[in-house]
Design a protein around this ligand. Structure first.
Ligand code: LLP
Length: 422
């Protein structure tokens, strides 16, 4: 599911749109997403997992309204982690009864909003949260559909900062506690206990952690049923890795086999929550070389995109594959690609497959559709950059470039007030 290819003129193109022409129309830096690749990634899930496994897109990966709308029109549910994401889902016109609400820190206001919206399920991550949801739901005379998120104490064998299922990670409720908590939770007012959820981490490239985690979930489910508890839904989380240039990624059919082998015979409603795998490979970050600073045996190449636009390299030492947009001819020269932000961590990596780069050259970072735009900030007073959706030979700007005035408008000169006069 590569979203870009070289056209007959050797120019990097997305579907039927040349990225150099797009750069003239939109101005760099910007994100571009292939609608066809996103739809294809969703269909891959559908065909690998079968119709009986629900797919809820983890909105945090790319919350653009048009991306949510595209997936929801295909029938995809949504996994959210905040009231803001709920509003995104609603604004995009996605159905609320396909929404699962995950996250360790849901506020009372968020719980109220989600109850009012009539979401499908709350994945609850602590006893204190359970008690809050119980109280809020009961006070509104409704029942909240709740799954308890299990921390299965499994190492996802991914980057430390995106592993979530080990004992001591902040996520979920320890698997040892669930057996006693579940019966208690099922008796709480305002709670309709429907099952269990888990999510062990992100950018997972090894199936064994999934097998281990789902085996534990299956054992726990049987145990709870033996206790007379009803467990009708299992949310198996997301985390399926994509190809960031190594050429390897998990085969969804193998993932599906593990699901069937571990929890397939439990007669439960199954859901997965992929984010990255649905949108990651569909996106590129198109950027332009500002300056090249020659060193003895390599160049430091300064581009117009920075860590505020794509923070993954700085935050997780991630390397996104990079390609010239136009010709790839002209030998190769070692370079370090960096952004203009005033931090040494604002760097995209060292590469030795590109020709010598100079001002005005366009380069594209690939596999940037997930956790790119959605994690961007305005650090160094750099406004948010555009997002463009491409479908066949057409494009649409689905987020405009943020005018700097919009940033400044949030702030004002101090109007002093005193708390003692309240
Ligand atoms: N479900 C839950 C409860 C999650 O916390 C996450 C991601 C997902 C599903 C989707 O995971 P995915 O399929 O996208 O791996 N910013 C990091 C990734 C953080 C993932 C957070 N949780 C990165 O850029 O690598």
């Amino acid at each position: 599911q590569k979203s870009v290819h070289r056209d007959s003129a050797g120019v990097l193109s997305m579907e039927g749109v040349r990225l150099d022409h797009l750069a003239e129309a939109v101005e760099t830096p910007f994100y571009a997403y292939s609608a066809r690749t996103i739809a294809g990634a969703y269909q891959d899930f559908r065909s690998a997992l079968g119709l009986d496994v629900g797919v809820c897109y983890a909105v945090k990966a790319n919350g653009n309204l048009s991306v949510i709308a595209l997936l929801s029109e295909l029938g995809c549910g949504m996994d959210i982690v905040s009231g803001g994401e709920l509003q995104r889902v609603v604004a995009a016109g996605a159905s609320r009864d396909g929404v699962v609400f995950s996250g360790v820190g849901k506020t009372r206001a968020e719980v109220e909003a989600a109850l009012a919206a009539g979401i499908h399920q709350f994945n609850v991550e602590s006893v204190a949260e359970l008690e809050l949801i119980s109280a809020v739901a009961a006070s509104h005379g409704v029942e909240a559909p709740v799954a308890l998120r299990v921390n299965p104490d499994i190492d996802a064998l991914s980057h430390d900062k995106i592993s979530t299922g080990r004992k001591g990670d902040k996520f979920g409720i320890s698997i040892d506690e669930i057996a006693s908590l579940y019966p208690r939770a099922s008796g709480m007012r305002g709670i309709r206990l429907v099952g269990l959820a888990t999510h062990i981490g992100s950018q997972i490239t090894d199936l064994e952690p999934y097998r281990k985690a789902y085996t534990r979930i299956a054992g726990l489910t049987r145990h709870l049923r033996d206790l007379g508890q009803s467990v009708t839904r299992l949310d198996l989380g997301g985390g399926i890795g994509i190809d960031y240039g190594s050429g390897f990624k998990l085969d969804l059919r193998d993932f599906a086999s593990i699901i069937r082998a571990t929890v397939g015979d439990l007669d439960a409603e199954l859901t997965v929550e992929p984010g990255r795998r649905l949108v990651g490979e569909a996106g590129v970050l198109v950027t332009q070389v500002l300056y090249s600073k020659p060193h003895a045996d390599f160049d430091i190449v300064v581009i117009d995109a920075a860590m505020n636009d794509l923070i993954r390299p700085a935050m997780y030492d991630a390397v996104h594959p990079v390609e010239m947009v136009s010709s790839t001819e002209g030998g190769s020269r070692k370079c370090r690609i960096v952004g203009p932000v005033c931090e040494s961590s604002d760097a995209f990596g060292s590469f030795d497959h590109l020709p010598e780069l100079s001002s005005g050259n366009l380069v594209a970072f690939l596999a940037a559709g997930a956790y790119g735009a959605s994690m961007s900030s305005t650090y160094n007073a750099r406004p948010l950059i555009p997002e463009v959706l491409i479908s066949d030979d057409r494009f649409a700007v689905i987020r405009r470039r943020q005018p700097i005035e919009e940033l400044l408008a949030l702030e004002r000169n101090p109007k002093w007030r005193s708390l003692s006069s309240r």
